[in-house]
Design a protein around this ligand. Structure first.
Ligand code: CP
Length: 309
């Protein structure tokens, strides 16, 4: 089978290996949802649980809303008040929720590969969606970022120059974005950050790597800024937040180096005044809140595709 024609897998664990056709089909479906075309009973009688072992605002709320809009019964599992506090494992938690009839699990976990590790043990009709695992993958963020770029720049990514800037090393968003941008045939992918915050060469394959933000922004169509992930960072990777902002913060003056109609994106939550200034984050070229809106539509498309087939 041609790699671009790979079908959607049973679980959405990563965008790695997802072909262009399946990825584009999800974006087209999400666009229809974004325009309000959906069946409020599509997931009638299906129970979906958001199972988050790490904090979240956007991903968790938008998955809940997405499932509700399609008519699913939604359970929001709160790790801090659950029996995981008494030592129950993630797998036992899933098995117990399956016993209550839950079929869809949206899972965020701090360990790389934690969601994939559950997959061999779940019921044959259970589906898992990775809502972010460690530094590895955040597939629905990758999809919503592609939908946002597609709305702004059109479906042909081959002429686009996109810069991903900041803490790429600790970012699951960057990994999913890189996978999706490659799959969609993006013309030029630039990655920019201090050497201490860039990942291994495999992750950066095919990218133009730079440590100079002014250079990396020159003529780009989109600047995808990343959050400085201080919770995943060892001490000493950056000298100070002020130094980081001076060298890698996106300011209005710097943004002038990009194409005049360039768009600015950020997955959130934002460290205002660190990786991006208020003026840019809230400015006319920012699509940050559009990304959040698109998150609901993309997650509806994913839940529908996996739970309805
Ligand atoms: N972008 C993102 O994953 O945000 P949350 O951590 O708030 O879900």
């Amino acid at each position: 089978m041609n790699a671009s024609h790979t079908p959607l897998p049973r679980h959405l664990l990563t965008l790695d290996g997802l072909g262009a056709q399946a990825l584009t089909a999800l974006l087209v479906r999400a666009q229809a949802f974004a325009e309000g075309h959906y069946d409020r009973r599509a997931l009638d009688g299906v129970a979906v649980c958001t199972l988050f072992f790490e904090p979240s605002t956007r991903t968790r709320m938008s998955f809940s809303l997405a499932a509700q809009r399609l008519g699913a019964d939604v359970l929001n599992f709160d790790a801090s008040t659950s029996s995981t506090r008494k030592g129950e494992t993630a797998l036992d938690t899933v098995k117990n929720l399956e016993a209550m009839g839950v079929r869809g699990f949206v899972i965020r976990h701090h360990e790389d590969g934690a969601v994939a590790a559950l997959a061999p043990h779940v019921n044959h009709d259970t589906v898992l969606v990775n809502a972010g695992d460690g530094r590895s993958s955040h597939p629905t963020q990758g999809l919503l970022d592609m939908l946002t770029l597609r709305q702004a720049k059109g479906a042909d990514f081959s002429k686009l120059k996109v810069a991903i800037v900041g803490d790429v090393k600790h970012s699951r968003v960057a990994r999913s974005d890189l996978q999706a941008l490659r799959t969609l045939g993006t013309g030029e992918i630039r990655v920019c950050g201090p050497a201490s915050l860039l990942p291994d060469a495999d992750t950066l394959q095919g990218c133009v790597v730079s440590h100079d933000l002014d250079e990396a922004l020159q003529g780009v169509d989109a600047a995808m800024m990343l959050r400085l992930q201080r919770e995943r960072m060892e001490e000493g990777l950056i000298a100070s937040l002020d130094d980081y902002h001076r060298d890698y913060g996106l300011t209005a003056a710097r943004l002038k180096r990009a194409a005049p109609d360039a768009v600015v994106m950020h997955p959130g939550p934002i460290n205002r005044g660190v990786e991006i200034t208020d003026e840019v984050a809230d400015g006319p070229q920012s699509l940050i809140l559009r990304q959040v809106s698109n998150g609901v539509a993309v997650r509806m498309a994913v839940l529908e595709a996996l739970l309805r087939g």
